[in-house]
Ligand binder design. Structure first.
Ligand SMILES: Cc1ncc(COP(=O)(O)O)c(C=O)c1O
Length: 398
């Protein structure tokens, strides 16, 4: 291994959400809550960023840019940015798009907050599948658009879409937008081509535009194949794709996401309403990631594969009633621990209190998720072991 994923990096005093922002996000800004362990003694397995340093190639490029010394208003003018990202999607997914369809955003979430407003009239509705990344709901709520949910079907830890239900919900003429997570957070499911075609057909035949949030697409388990939804519908301009280097290379703090909007009118609205400024350091980080990050990502993939195998064996041995399948993608494990708890137990609070572990319980994923916990496995194995030891001890001593 050229890169060291075992290295434990102290994130204290770096303004890291992971260790300093948990009270606000996990416990509704509740500063009054007293936990048995000190804030800096928690094992943090909640927010979806990594405990690994980004590729050194990116740090080197950033240092060079910092040495330049001028950080004035910037925007992506250099065509090498678009060509490096296009080359990334072509090489990995055999997918190309028109370069002029690409716009950038301060993140996928800010893009969702804006796009819902541009796409849906005030009385129109947004469709999602559940469990869901909570910000899909927050984006609809923020815009006062009604949310329509379709529960995924789960059998022994494997998730499928309920196409009959989706068909019914998409047929509501007020449903104008589907925000679709592919690969899916929190289950990690990589949807097969036939599933994507079916979902796409249902939406397009019912005049439902789709935002395919593909932010997790680069983080595949070895041997898994990902297909961008828009690749399967080359004639349609009704599918917006969101991708970013943030999850893949641990660059979320740089706040730069790629939004591919093929519809000319919508893209025009976007350009009229969005501030056309990018952070000069973010541009360097993202461009370097796409042009030089591949070998780091290959090694990360192996490390994450092994973390998931470790988790699976650990659960079989220490928590045999937990239901878990290694996900096709993401660094997030979605574990059904309902056998160990009463219904409605607040699992986020339980594990913070009893285990000293910060994680997201099922109640944080909109619906269809009670009794689950989501664990972030993008951490050195020693941290993972410590986190799991604490989790199993807390459950087994209950
Ligand atoms: C599905 C999904 N979309 C978007 C985001 C966040 O995107 P951004 O940081 O670019 O706003 C996350 C982060 O966890 C996510 O899981």
């Amino acid at each position: 291994m050229k890169y060291d994923f075992d290295q434990i990096i102290d994130r204290r005093n770096t303004n890291a959400m992971s260790i300093e922002g948990f009270r606000e996000y996990l416990f509704d800004e509740n500063d009054q809550l007293d936990f048995p362990c000190a804030d800096d003694e928690f094992i943090s397995m909640w927010i979806a960023d990594m405990e690994f340093a980004s590729p050194p190639e990116i740090s080197a490029a950033l240092k060079k840019r910092i040495d330049h010394g001028i950080f004035g208003y910037s925007q992506i003018f250099d065509p090498k940015y678009k060509s490096s990202f296009l080359n990334w999607t072509k090489t990995r997914y055999d997918w190309s798009f028109e370069p002029e369809h690409l716009v950038t955003s301060k993140g996928v979430i800010p893009a969702l907050f804006s796009l819902i407003e541009y796409i849906c009239l005030p009385d129109e509705k947004v469709l999602i599948v559940t469990p869901s990344y909570a910000f899909f709901k927050h984006a609809a709520d923020y815009n006062n658009r009604e949310l329509v949910t379709s529960d995924l079907l789960c059998e022994a830890g494997h998730y499928d879409m309920d196409f009959d239900d989706l068909q019914k919900k998409a047929a509501d003429e007020k449903v104008k937008l589907c925000i679709f997570c592919s690969p899916h957070n929190p289950t990690g499911r990589v949807w097969k081509e036939e599933e994507l075609k079916r979902l796409g057909k249902i939406c397009l035949e019912n005049n439902v535009m789709i935002i395919s949030d593909e932010i997790h697409c680069d983080l595949l388990r070895s041997g898994k194949k990902f297909t961008p939804l828009a690749k399967l519908f080359p004639e349609s301009d009704q599918i917006i794709t969101t991708m970013a280097p943030s999850k893949t290379f641990n660059l979320a703090g740089f706040m730069l996401a790629n939004i591919i909007i093929p519809n000319d009118d919508l893209r025009k609205t976007w350009k009229e309403k969005q501030l056309p400024i990018d952070n000069p350091l973010s541009i360097v980080a993202a461009q370097t990631a796409y042009s030089e990050g591949q070998s780091w990502l290959s090694e990360l993939t192996i490390y994450l594969d092994e973390n998931f195998i470790f988790l699976q064996k650990y659960l079989q041995e220490k928590l045999p009633k937990a239901i878990f399948q290694i996900p096709d993608s993401t660094y997030l494990a979605w574990v059904d621990v309902s056998a160990y708890f009463e219904k409605n137990e607040n699992l986020t609070l339980f594990f913070a209190n009893q285990a000293g572990v910060l994680l997201e319980g099922g109640n944080m994923f909109v619906a269809n998720s009670d009794g689950y916990i989501r664990l972030n496995l993008a951490c050195p194995r020693a941290r993972l072991k410590e986190g799991l030891n604490r989790i199993s001890k807390a459950i087994n001593e209950k």
